[in-house]
Write a protein that binds this ligand. Structure first.
Ligand code: BG6
Length: 504
């Protein structure tokens, strides 16, 4: 096990939902697993005037995200002992009270002048926090180390992302900044690298000579829930595509890194992102992008609201809840191979997967379902890998049928898969930025996304298609895919054939 230095984790925006829902439960799991160092402190801060005990109760003990019925009370109490809280007046105001509390706890708990600052706040105050921390001497690394974890969204456009990068870099060095993308914390997303670069059967085929197209689906059955206010200003492209899905694309498309280090892996990822062909003219943008919005319907006898009826959403909103994009990469490996990536809310089920479609055999010999080989990498649920290949139907002649070769994570013995936030927090605590997005990656992703957003907002003849909540998107969404191919509309179970599954 890698060593974790003694340290203090300071969570900004600690009275918010993310701390209770994800951060503290993840830290508790790390504590139980023995991953936290001997000397550590978790200090929450935000504008809510809470005491240490009130914060512990609200965020950890009463949050409902750790089930006290199933946990060892003593262990929970031991973990809670090192949780503290210090209110601040505002993110732009004076941090001297917070600084004194931090230095006091650092001395009393021997945290070695090592700090992780986690910004779980509205993005508008990231710069202020970085600046105030720097003024308070807390970004200085002469006595220990200091790291800044920044939550998404990282920018709202290329320009705002560049501005934010520049602002943060005034106060922290790039090596101190950890831009979180929780998809990179998923075991199955990391496994994309291992599948590709530790198996000699896949990598030789992983290029334009053998692959016809790549398809990525990210679907959620839920709608925007209570986040209508945020989502309406964001939309599917900013919320999921620019960050999580382009990160997945970069892992699918990148060249082999020189070695498995943060620097080398991220060098290759950024090269892949930069090679995505930017769509410039309106015809290209119109023909290669589809946006949609879910409309009200009845599912299983229950009335489901349309997006425009959701709380916090403008009734005339033109924000997309469905986005499907076709694009190409301008490099040797991927020349002329289309990538199809879609993301949406209120689909029939929650699923994320990558489908690699291999080209057909050059000359067809047999009769029957002589389908192309497909490798399906399931990110969630039913995490695993499925290879579709042709087998002979027993009997006379050569009739071919499609068969499955599959692997499931659940079959691995003793494999407790760390939650994404556990993994990412631990990595930042250990100074490993491999699974964090670098500034240039984020900017390269925005460079591709910006013209699409601009076209959707200001272009001529841009359609917003409706789709009934609970179906696989707008009616003509298959038209995006070249040839006789359609989207694989997957079932929750990896190996179930689309169209023959029970959804819940
Ligand atoms: C978040 C988005 O980043 O990812 C949400 O803001 C989305 O809208 C969520 O629901 C999906 O994450 P996961 O891990 O459940 O696929």
């Amino acid at each position: 096990m890698k060593k974790t230095d003694d340290q203090m984790l300071v969570i900004f925006g600690a009275s918010g939902d993310l701390a209770a829902r994800k951060l503290l439960p993840a830290l508790y799991q790390l504590f139980k697993g023995g991953f936290l160092p001997e000397n550590y402190v978790i200090l929450g801060t935000s504008r809510s005037p809470l005491t240490d005990d009130e914060f512990k109760r609200k965020a950890f003990l009463e949050g409902g995200y750790v089930d006290p019925g199933k946990e060892d009370r003593q262990q929970m109490a031991a973990f809670a002992e090192k949780i503290f809280y210090e209110p601040i007046e505002g993110y732009e105001s004076d941090y001297s009270g917070l600084r004194d509390r931090i230095t006091g706890l650092n001395e009393s708990h021997k945290t070695g002048n090592n700090y992780v600052f986690y910004l779980s706040t509205p993005p508008g105050v990231y710069k202020n926090i970085a600046e105030k921390l720097c003024e308070a001497g807390l970004s200085d690394e002469s006595q220990g180390w200091s790291r800044l974890i920044v939550e998404k969204p990282f920018g709202y456009s290329l320009e705002t992302a560049q501005a934010l990068n520049q602002q943060l870099l005034q106060y922290f060095k790039e090596s101190q900044i950890y831009r979180i993308d929780h998809y990179l914390g998923k075991e199955t997303v990391q496994n994309l690298l291992v599948t590709r670069f530790s198996n000699s059967v896949f990598e030789p085929l992983w290029n334009r000579n053998y692959i016809r197209h790549i398809e990525i689906t990210n679907a959620e059955d839920i709608g925007v829930e209570k986040r209508g206010g945020y989502y309406d200003k964001s939309g599917a492209l900013r919320d999921m595509f620019q960050n999580h899905l382009l990160q997945v694309v970069s892992l699918v498309a990148m060249e082999p890194p020189l070695e498995a280090t943060a620097e080398e892996i991220r060098n290759e990822k950024v090269k892949a992102l930069k090679s995505i062909r930017i769509m410039k003219d309106e015809d290209t943008l119109r023909n290669n992008t589809i946006r949609g919005q879910y409309v009200a319907t009845e599912i299983d006898g229950k009335q489901v609201k349309g997006y425009r009826e959701e709380e916090g959403v403008d009734p005339g909103s033109l924000t997309e809840t469905y986005a499907a994009i076709k694009f190409y990469m301008d490099n040797w490996r991927w020349k002329d191979v289309p990538f199809y990536v879609r993301t949406a809310k209120r689909m029939p089920t929650k699923v994320t997967e990558v489908v690699v479609h291999f080209k057909s055999t050059p000359h067809s010999l047999f009769i029957g379902a002589n389908k192309d080989n497909r490798l399906i990498i399931r990110i969630h649920p039913d995490e695993g890998i499925l290879m579709k290949f042709g087998v002979k139907v027993p009997g006379q002649g050569f009739v071919v049928e499609e068969a499955n070769l599959d692997f499931y994570y659940a079959q691995l013995p003793n494999s407790r898969v760390m939650e994404a936030y556990e993994r990412l927090l631990l990595d930042a605590m250990q100074g490993d930025a491999t699974l964090y997005a670098r500034g240039d990656e984020v900017e390269a992703a925005w460079k591709f996304v910006d013209p699409i957003l601009d076209f959707w907002k200001n272009g001529n003849d841009v359609r917003m298609y409706g789709y009934a909540a609970g179906v696989w998107g707008p009616e003509h969404s298959d038209a995006l895919i070249d040839g006789d191919y359609i989207w694989r509309n997957p079932c929750p179970n990896l190996a179930d054939a689309p169209g023959y599954c029970v959804l819940c």
